[in-house]
Write a new protein. Structure first.
Length: 641
């Protein structure tokens, strides 16, 4: 395995959510969580890129780049090393994430000089992703007082095709190694960082340009901040090319995807070009990539089949590879050609034009690459949702079938028991002396009663299990009895509660109508999650305990107070109890997602509120407030994780 592609497999932990239908459900939840995390990264990346691009102070930009990268991949440590002009050593090193004590311990150490792994990245532009950097052959260790680090994600920041510095990230907060999605996000951010750095260098030049040109450039920047589709990007680039033509007077051709056909050509020229003219430029761009000409550099157009007065800038977007769904991912190849024949341009004029054109091209590459990544993730999510729904439908069908098959023999046994009881009653009434002379008759009667009670209980449990599981599989909005929904949850969890010696009781006011308009399956997921938390955390093994569920109402809200009287939640964890991956059991069951998902369901899907109180040595109380009717939406409970 190449050192740049090291990945550790995900652990076998599964979220402690829902009913124990099938471990495959838990794996699906974990996959959805990963996809939600990836989608959240992509959704915030464009905003982060634009925030960085607005800053023109170079030191502020460098600080913001590191902080943004740490936030996007949830890294504990981040740093940026700026290289010297000859690109042989590090001249500036900006590190974030260190505590005051760690900075004090490193006070006597010099900044990294580009040896070891840092030196390796100085000369290579490919990303470096390691699960354990200490095992890399180029690793030379850390200076005294340096905090321990194992995982590493490093990407180069390039400005005008030259390495400006390197961005380093270490130690994801969730303990997992960096993955391909983290790498893709970091690479995109590094591209934006290079543009932002170059923007700061060019700021003075832009400021001294003509007032009209400066105002138009600012309008393009504002336009880019609102770009959300490829169509808007095309509009933006057309305007940019028109601005360049007005300022410099060159004819231009921009082909953002050579494989997409004629519609991917944007042309700014005084004459309407013929198809053969477009085909000639497509051939030239393709030839430039086949010859592996240096990207983002102007090459003479003559050797590529264009006019001798033309130049061509090849560029590419993204990386080749394979998506999570197994589909191939190819780089997007493009090119920007311009012709100076219409104007006797000096070398200085050509350089000035290249400076402006490169700025627009680089912004295009970052924005278009981000949108392509977002569209790919959305497509993969659709495929995953389809597979998840198909699996859930098959499981729901299986649950219904099993319940039906169990009900048949249970009904037969119940009928047989009734027949035995009736026969025994007839026999004892016909021969009264049997009750006195044959004690076995009383034993038979008691056994039949015990059997019938347990058969009724099994039937009730199966019905609750089927109703609850089906509602969670296909959770449509419906009007249900809130007390009955809570009772179904308790009945479905009854075996686990009895095994732990925990008694769950529902307390309600005198209100006769507990009709609630909402999503009972998702509410049951929240309640079952709270019950499982009690089973796992509240009471010690074999000690038993109790759960009180208080059901109340006001004019516009229902309230569900879920109380246990166990060990409670520590004051250190209580403020973060609804955050993802927060758990008080180290190395035990669960990965700390249950309450986070429960909060998302209550707040965003059911339109309510959930809070937690845990006084010392008193137990824990969760209070759920629900509107009488939940809002209409299709919120994904995993999307904020």
């Amino acid at each position: 395995m190449n050192e740049r592609d090291q990945q550790s497999p995900l652990g076998d932990h599964t979220p402690g959510l829902g009913l124990p239908l099938d471990t495959a459900l838990y794996r699906i939840a974990e996959q959805v969580q990963r996809l939600a995390r990836a989608q959240g990264q992509v959704q915030t990346l464009l905003g982060a890129v634009l925030a960085i691009s607005r800053d023109l102070d170079q030191q502020s930009i460098l600080q913001r780049i590191v902080a943004t990268a740490m936030d996007l991949v949830d890294a504990r440590y981040g740093a940026l090393g700026v290289l010297s002009d000859d690109r042989t050593r590090v001249t500036e090193f900006i590190a974030l994430g260190l505590t005051d004590q760690e900075r004090a311990d490193l006070a006597g150490s010099e900044i990294p000089q580009g040896r070891g792994l840092l030196g390796l990245m100085i000369h290579e532009t490919e990303p470096l992703r390691l699960d354990d950097l200490t095992r890399h052959p180029d690793s030379i260790g850390f200076p005294s007082g340096h905090p321990p680090m194992r995982s590493l994600l490093g990407v180069a920041i390039t400005v005008r095709g030259q390495i400006y510095g390197n961005l380093y990230l270490s130690e994801r907060r969730d303990g997992q190694p960096f993955d391909t999605q983290d790498e893709a996000v970091a690479v995109s951010l590094a591209g934006a960082a290079g543009i932002a750095i170059e923007n700061s260098r060019l700021y003075e030049q832009v400021r001294l340009s003509a007032l009209a040109y400066g105002e138009q450039l600012q309008s393009f920047t504002r336009t880019l901040q609102n770009v959300t589709t490829a169509k808007d990007l095309v509009v933006f680039m057309r305007e940019a090319m028109h601005l360049l033509e007005l300022r410099h007077g060159f004819s231009m051709v921009f082909n953002y995807d050579v494989s997409a056909g004629k519609q991917s050509f944007l042309i700014e020229t005084s004459e309407t070009p013929a198809d053969d003219w477009i085909n000639k430029h497509r051939t030239a761009i393709t030839l430039a990539h086949q010859q592996r000409l240096t990207l983002m550099v102007a090459h003479p157009g003559g050797p590529l089949g264009l006019n001798d007065s033309s130049f061509l800038i090849p560029f590419e977007i993204g990386e080749s590879g394979q998506s999570d769904a197994g589909d191939p991912i190819n780089r997007v190849l493009g090119g920007f050609a311009f012709d100076m024949q219409s104007k006797s341009a000096s070398e200085e004029a050509r350089k000035e034009f290249l400076s402006d054109a490169s700025l627009f091209i680089e912004n295009w590459c970052v924005a278009y690459g981000t949108l392509c990544l977002k569209e790919r993730l959305q497509h993969e999510q659709l495929l995953r949702d389809k597979a998840r729904n198909e699996r859930m439908e098959s499981i729901a069908t299986m649950v219904t079938g099993v319940a039906h098959e169990l009900n048949t023999p249970l009904g037969t046994a119940r009928t047989a028991g009734c027949m035995v009881a009736e026969s025994l009653a007839v026999l004892t009434s016909s021969f009264p002396e049997m009750s006195d002379n044959f004690p076995i008759a009383a034993d038979v009667r008691e056994s039949v009663q015990l059997m019938n009670r347990n058969l009724d209980r099994a039937h009730l449990l199966i019905q609750s299990f089927r109703k609850l599981s089906t509602s969670q599989m296909f959770d449509n909005r419906m009007t249900v009895d809130l007390r009955e929904t809570i009772s179904d949850c308790i009945a479905a969890m009854a075996p686990d509660l009895e095994k732990a010696g925990i008694v769950a009781t529902i307390h309600s006011s005198e209100r006769q109508n507990w009709q609630w308009d909402g999503y009972p399956g998702h509410l049951s997921q929240v309640l079952v999650s709270l019950i499982r938390n009690v089973l796992q955390y509240a009471y010690g093994d074999g000690l038993g305990g109790k759960i009180d569920i208080f059901l109340g109402w006001q004019e516009s809200d229902f309230s569900i107070t879920f109380a246990d009287y166990g060990c409670g939640i520590s004051p250190e964890i209580l403020p973060r109890v609804f955050e993802a991956f927060v758990t008080s059991r180290k190395g035990g069951e669960g990965i700390g997602l249950g309450l986070s998902i429960a909060r998302n369901i209550v707040h965003n899907l059911l339109g309510g509120k959930i809070s937690c109180e845990s006084p010392v040595d008193v137990g824990t109380r969760f209070v759920i407030e629900l509107p009488l009717a939940s809002p209409d939406n299709d919120y994904d409970a995993y999307s904020d994780l």
